[in-house]
Design a protein around this ligand. Structure first.
Ligand code: NDP
Length: 324
């Protein structure tokens, strides 16, 4: 029997409900997939609470997983039963089996195991577009990132360092600072205790950083802008502390003719060619060991409510994998 974690209303972790579902056979262009590992992401929290609204209820949450092809629908080429695949940014991953459009799937090489794939697709392709599109990192740049010990943060810091940047990572605790150092940060800042912009000025000889990759949102907006060099780039890509609303564009002039972007991964994988390019680049850096995906914790998929509680309470580090 297929099981899924569904919600029938927006709310706290208690709305996540483990239910038996029936999924039927793949339609034309679809694949039936048996999930072997599911990725947990902060976007799951935003979708659970309704910050990012979904369509009609019930909805199966989850945006990322790895698994094995069980059956293919008419017209599907290049995939056969038994193939190992992974995907990101397709709702419905919190399930033991699902139907999915074949063109969302990426075949996995033997060098990437299923848990790593489930942990890396969404967060890793995010790190990639941040570093290659949002603000393309140049060798010799200094960049600042928030939540450096988190899922996106641990990949972002390793990849930025590989591209030749000096990486400053903000973290919530001393233990997370140790992890962030081990994951590629040259410097760490405890943003709840220290003056972030002052520390950044110290580290950069008064100049400020070329770019800030900020996933925390509301709580870090001003310190992020104050950490930038003149004409630096503020990339605001998340809302872990709450969304930024009523942004005053004049701040960009006052603080040094700054640039700002509020991107989403969906834009950067919006068609098959972009998805393939992004996933192949990610698989390449992971297969080569340039980026090591740090899985900090694992939960049974049926215990996903606890995983959400821990993610929101800032208790997790690196990526989190849910096991169906
Ligand atoms: P993380 O593993 O980074 O977990 C979130 C971390 O944010 C926490 O561990 C915590 O680290 C920090 N944080 C700071 N303030 C708060 C707060 N008030 N409540 C909770 N956490 C807080 O999650 P992900 O790697 O899944 O995602 C990181 C961010 O990136 C999220 O905001 C997510 O939405 C965003 N994202 C955006 C994408 C996009 O394309 N726009 C795609 C993927 C992710 P600490 O204790 O060190 O402060």
């Amino acid at each position: 029997m297929t099981h899924a974690i569904r919600i029938h209303q927006y709310g706290g972790p208690e709305v996540l409900s483990w239910e038996a579902v029936s999924i039927g056979n793949p339609a034309a262009g679809q694949v039936k997939l048996r999930h072997t590992a599911v990725g947990l992401n902060f976007i799951d929290v935003y979708q659970r609470t309704g910050l990012y609204p979904l369509g009609d209820f019930p909805q199966t949450l989850g945006m990322e997983a790895a698994g094995i092809v069980e059956a293919v629908g008419e017209g599907v080429e290049g995939l056969s039963p038994g193939d190992r695949v992974a995907y990101a940014m397709v709702l419905g991953a919190y399930s033991s089996e699902r139907l999915i459009d074949a063109d969302k799937l990426i075949k996995l090489p033997d060098s990437i195991n299923d848990e790593t794939a489930a942990a890396m697709m969404l967060q890793g392709m995010t790190a990639r577009y941040l570093l290659k599109n949002s603000y393309p990192v140049q060798r010799g740049d200094t960049v600042l990132l928030m939540a450096a010990a988190g899922g996106v943060g641990t990949i972002l810091s390793q990849w930025a360092r590989h591209l030749g940047a000096t990486v400053i990572g903000c973290v919530g605790s001393k233990e997370k600072a140790d992890l962030a150092h081990a994951q590629g940060c040259h410097h760490t800042i405890l943003y709840a205790e220290e003056d972030v912009a002052a520390r950044v000025r110290d580290i950069t000889g008064g100049e400020g950083v070329a770019a800030v990759y900020d996933s925390v949102g509301q709580a870090t907006l001003i310190s992020s802008l104050d950490s930038l060099r003149p004409t630096g780039t503020f990339v605001s890509f998340g809302n872990a502390s709450g969304p930024i609303t009523d942004f005053n564009l004049g701040l960009l002039a006052q603080k040094g003719s700054l640039y700002v972007q509020r991107p989403t991964l969906g834009t950067y994988v919006r068609n098959r060619a972009l998805l393939t390019e992004s996933a192949e680049d990610l698989i390449d850096v992971v297969a080569q060991g340039i980026v090591k995906v740090h899985i900090g914790q694992r939960y049974a998929l049926s215990d996903v409510a606890q995983a959400h509680k821990d993610l929101e309470a800032r208790k997790t580090t690196g990526a989190t994998v849910l096991l169906p």
